[in-house]
Design a protein around this ligand. Structure first.
Ligand code: DGT
Ligand code: CA
Ligand code: CA
Length: 574
């Protein structure tokens, strides 16, 4: 069983941490951190690239050394450098890094100066007031550490959906190949396309003789069996993700799928409706007295309570049942509805592919158009463009459009919204573009009033088209900035501009509830990949999932429009 990208990223990140605790050369440390990010964000599994004999050194930041390390991890499931580092340092030291506020530098000081090697020792050192004396720590930090250790003990880990997908899909194919297995479905929050999942809930229909249970608990990635019976079992995967498996008979499949898809609040509401008409719903079926009247399909379960089928992404008990009763359920947007993508980068800034490569990949992804939207000059870490560089790219795009067939590149920019709400490029530079994405990349800590004002001012700009990743959150890494989103949505409507739903699995920003609000206000949403390479269009499926959770229909989504309709909509000369 080959390693997944997320496993490789975790290993490289841990190597970087351990090297830093050892006080290694910063360049070497950074090389591992970069590699962790590149591999972690790659939307195609590295082991598949290797199966196709692709040269990994073609990936940015991956040289011969890292490439051979990746191969070692993928093919041998281990990394000798990491094993060596583990021997050189106390085994529990990586656990310390999971404490909020403790980076490798602090862990290094705690280890070298106080011989803190475990979370337990850290707690005692903080409680006994020994940490405040360390250089660069102080009393406040000591207090924060104490709180963070307590929070750490109560915390349960969740997985980003794109990471969970790697494990879910591999396990699904494994189970589907077991003799006698008829159906395998991943239910739970994963099927509802939540942005993170707590565990995986897998449902299997199999012939009674099928060895699916034995195979499941001996799956190579399963390191611990938490429970095992004839029809249900739970295992812990090596990566820390728990998987619950249920085997059900064919005639109960729909009822079980409905039950294990949840959400719990939705299930409870449906069961209550059933009770009112004298029915009983459980994971085996729908019953009147002892007679089963439905349960082989989910539709049959809904039909038993006089409802049409409700798509999983809506099942949160947020009004979907009432809408179903009154025949007003939305017809949710689908990935096939997308005609293009309005946010992508190339080698000219921090992307990995050329204009032409991006265009061809967009075309084979079925796009009619693709907007190239590099960063602007202020974002120096991403090599943002200045007016001259932008003008040059526009020329290149014009030339390329002459020869491209079946896809049109649109000229755009992801321009920084500066602290005062002005845009990071002059009007003359913006005027030549088909569309202007505005984005906040700095000063996340402004007060709600000032942050809101800043964005509203940017949206007033005559060339402004679309607000990129509107709340700036990074899942599990950075909270959204404090902004009055309902007001921004209303003003977007008044000013005729649009909001992005950024499909990058770390962002998934706009949040689902704001998508719903934008829909109610009549503000169109653009579901964009924010692609930095030709692989990244694959991330659109997570954006679609989030959009569906936000009740969006095809007509609520800007990039479901044909190119000519799109041009009319984004032309804001007023
Ligand atoms: P997660 O794993 O935290 O991301 O969220 P879920 O929704 O996958 O929750 P999980 O794994 O605890 O349970 C899977 C599904 O099983 C859940 O969505 C609904 C169903 N379920 C679990 N416990 C109950 C329960 O007590 N009553 C009902 N009606 N359904 C339940
Ligand atoms: Ca779950
Ligand atoms: Ca579960």
């Amino acid at each position: 069983m080959p390693s997944h990208n997320a496993d490789i990223a975790v290993i490289f990140e841990e190597i970087a941490d351990l090297l830093e605790i050892q006080g290694e050369n910063p360049f070497r440390i950074r090389a591992y951190r970069n590699a962790a990010r590149i591999i972690g964000e790659l939307s195609q599994e590295v082991y598949l690239l290797l199966e196709k004999h692709e040269d990994l050194t073609r990936l940015p930041g991956i040289g011969d050394n890292l490439s051979s390390k990746i191969k070692e991890i993928v093919f041998n499931g281990r990394c000798s450098l990491l094993e060596r580092l583990h021997k050189e340092l106390p085994p529990a030291i990586t656990e310390l890094l999971k404490i909020q506020g403790l980076g490798p530098r602090r862990v290094k000081a705690l280890y070298h100066d106080l011989d803190v090697q475990t979370v337990e020792q850290l707690y005692r050192a903080a409680r006994d007031g020994r940490i405040r004396a360390l250089h660069g720590f102080g009393e406040k930090t000591e207090r924060n550490i104490l709180q963070a250790v307590e929070a750490h003990a109560n915390q349960t880990q969740r997985f980003k959906i794109a990471v969970a997908a790697q494990y879910a899909e591999a396990l699904k194919s494994f189970l589907a190949a077991v003799p006698g297995v008829i159906k395998v479905t991943v239910a739970g929050s994963y099927r509802r396309m939540r942005e993170t999942v707590g565990d995986l809930d897998i449902l299997v229909v199999a012939a009674p003789s099928s060895p699916v249970m034995q195979n499941f608990v001996t799956y190579e990635e399963a390191v611990e069996t938490l429970s095992a019976g004839n029809t249900r079992a739970s295992v812990m995967l090596k990566c820390g993700l728990q998987v619950d498996l249920r085997v059900v008979p064919e005639e109960s499949y729909g009822a079980a799928l409905h039950y294990f898809t949840g959400a719990k609040a939705h299930n409870i509401a449906i069961r209550r409706m059933a009770q009112k008409s004298g029915l009983k719903i459980n994971e085996y079926g729908v019953f009147r007295g002892k007679t089963r009247i439905a349960g082989e399909s989910e539709s049959s379960v809904y039909a038993a309570v006089d409802l049409p089928y409700i798509p999983p992404e809506l099942r949160e008990n947020r009004g979907e049942i009432l809408m179903a009763q009154t025949k007003r359920l939305p017809r949710l947007v689908e990935q096939n509805d997308l005609r293009g993508d309005l946010h992508s980068h190339t080698k000219a800034t921090d992307g990995h592919n050329t204009l032409r490569e991006m265009a061809l990949a967009g075309k084979s992804n079925g796009f009619e158009y693709l907007a190239i939207t590099e960063h602007s000059r202020r974002l120096t870490v991403a090599h943002g463009l200045n007016p001259l560089q932008l003008a040059r790219q526009c020329e290149e795009i014009d030339q390329l459009n002459e020869e491209l067939v079946g896809i049109t590149l649109l000229k755009g920019i992801e321009v920084d919204i500066l602290e005062d709400g002005s845009l990071d490029l002059p009007d003359t530079a913006l005027a030549q573009l088909d569309l202007v994405l505005g984005a906040v990349h700095s000063k996340f800590e402004l007060s709600r009033a000032r942050q809101t004002d800043r964005i509203l001012r940017a949206m007033e700009h005559p060339h402004f088209t679309l607000l990129a990743h509107p709340t700036g959150r990074l899942i599990q890494q950075r909270a959204p900035y404090d902004v009055d989103m309902p007001r921004i949505i209303r003003e977007a409507r008044n000013r005729g501009c649009f909001l992005e739903l950024n499909a990058h699995p770390e962002r998934l920003d706009l949040l689902d509830t704001y998508c719903q609000m934008a829909k109610e206000e009549g503000v169109l949403i653009s579901i964009n990949s924010d692609a930095h390479s030709t692989f990244d269009f694959a991330n659109l499926r997570f954006g679609i999932g989030q959009a569906r959770r936000g009740w969006l229909e095809k007509q609520n989504v800007l990039n479901t429009r044909s190119l000519s309709d799109l041009r009319t909509l984004i032309n804001r000369t007023m």
